[in-house]
Write a protein that binds this ligand. Structure first.
Ligand SMILES: NC(=O)c1ccc[n+]([C@@H]2O[C@H](COP(=O)([O-])OP(=O)(O)OC[C@H]3O[C@@H](n4cnc5c(N)ncnc54)[C@H](OP(=O)(O)O)[C@@H]3O)[C@@H](O)[C@H]2O)c1
Length: 386
């Protein structure tokens, strides 16, 4: 029987690579629902190629354009957040790939969990903002959350067949991004074009900037904390510029296991889709001959976003949702050339200092904190511009 897959964010980098994987296994997977935000041209091509029952663009004008492009096609087309939520719980889906970028992924992920669907999770911001609520609901519903992020896929794979009670430490590897060796003065002059050139990975714009600022690693620390139920003090970051070892786990006896592979997201995506099976494939294979693997400690002074994420995680409550929202706003402002690269941590720090943390937030508190942080960030960014 084919596994029935729906993808939220099929027009993005992870969404497109997920469809690449599915295209290679026509006997194993079938697509039920696809969603994007604005890219009607690409979603229309995807609908023609994969024939899903439902296609959604959250932007209403783009959804109208999609309807025009797909006139006469049997696929149902919806728009807006209601459409996204309908796709998230589309009947007959076995596995939902959450590859929307940012906080927009939280509501549909929760809807899918409440409907009892297993999740292949790329949208780390969901766990950053509301990790406790998401993991508690998933546990209650017996829903599996299988990580797509390469580091978390690596940890997940290393833990297979091992009792998690013997897990002592996680070593999350980080490429260090394009500015690993930049001084603060050089970082101050970085342009969006330079920051969008990741040395090892080709990804969407937001995560590429997050990688350059190391906020991505901070978000991943929080993601790992929730996914693997491990304290923040037991998660270390190791800069590994070659992105070959995708992460490591250390057990109580001192043994360390790692997962290696070329830097290609299709491998962790395939693992998440096929789990618990492993499928033979034609993806590039790892050749270690002549490769040098090196490791360095992260520099939290030059890349303070990483330290801010740890701090937010230790304080907990609404603070992680707030740094996530502040970061989304700051990254958008940087990409729009409204603020400089070093203003990204500057905006986040100011908002962290202003926020009055709610210690045990419910979902409404998380949404209010997110909105508050976005409004505050807008004001602070205007101040940085003047
Ligand atoms: N890319 C990677 O290699 C990678 C690796 C690990 C984890 N991740 C995580 O995966 C997630 C997606 O990353 P990505 O790089 O694939 O991002 P991306 O290329 O920017 O794609 C984002 C997707 O979300 C859609 N979208 C944007 N805003 C939306 C909104 N407000 N409501 C609903 N949908 C919206 C986009 O639609 P349109 O394109 O139609 O506008 C697109 O389909 C992120 O959480 C990221 O951290 C990515």
């Amino acid at each position: 029987m084919k596994k029935q897959i729906s993808i939220l964010g099929s027009t993005g980098s992870i969404g497109r690579q997920t469809l690449d994987v599915i295209r290679s296994f026509p006997d194993r997977f079938r697509v039920r629902a696809l969603t994007g935000h604005k890219n009607a041209a690409l979603l229309s091509e995807q609908v023609k190629a994969f024939n899903p029952e439902l296609a959604v663009l959250t932007d209403p004008d783009s959804a109208q354009e999609l309807s025009r492009l797909l006139a006469g096609c049997s696929t149902k087309i919806l728009s807006g957040e209601e459409g996204l939520l309908e796709a998230a719980v589309y009947p007959g889906t076995d596995l939902l790939v959450t590859a929307v970028v940012g906080f927009a992924g939280l509501k549909p992920t929760l809807a899918a969990i409440d409907a009892g669907l297993d999740i292949a999770l790329a949208n780390k911001e969901t766990l950053v903002a509301a990790g406790k609520i998401v993991t508690t609901r998933a546990a209650k519903k017996g829903v599996s959350i299988i990580p797509i992020d390469s580091e978390h896929s690596a940890i997940f794979q290393c833990l297979q067949g091992n009792n998690p009670r013997y897990l002592k430490r996680i070593l999350l590897t980080a490429s260090g991004g394009p500015f690993r060796r930049h001084t603060r003065e050089e970082l101050a002059r970085v342009t969006p074009r330079q920051a969008l050139q990741h040395p090892n990975w080709s990804m969407g714009a937001k995560i590429t900037i997050d990688s350059a600022s190391m906020m991505n690693k901070g978000l991943e620390v929080l993601e790992a904390h929730w996914l693997f139920d491990i304290s923040l003090s037991s998660i270390d970051v190791l800069v590994h510029p070659q992105s070959i070892i995708h992460s490591l786990v250390e057990f109580t006896d001192g043994s360390v296991l790692g997962q290696l592979g070329p830097p290609d997201m299709r491998l962790p995506i395939l693992y998440a889709l096929s789990y618990p099976e492993r499928l033979s494939n034609t993806l590039p294979k790892l050749d270690l001959i002549g490769r040098e693997l090196s490791f360095f400690p992260p520099d939290k002074d030059r890349f303070p976003c990483l330290a801010y994420a740890y701090e937010a995680g230790e304080v907990g409550g609404t603070l992680p949702a707030v740094i996530n929202a502040a970061n989304e706003m700051a990254v958008a402002a940087f990409l729009g050339e409204k603020i400089g690269f070093l203003d990204i941590p500057g905006v986040i720090r100011k908002i962290m200092d202003l926020h009055q943390v709610i210690k045990e937030p419910d979902l409404d508190d998380i949404f209010s904190a997110d909105l508050w942080a976005r409004q505050s960030a807008e004001r602070i960014i205007k101040g940085f511009m003047s």
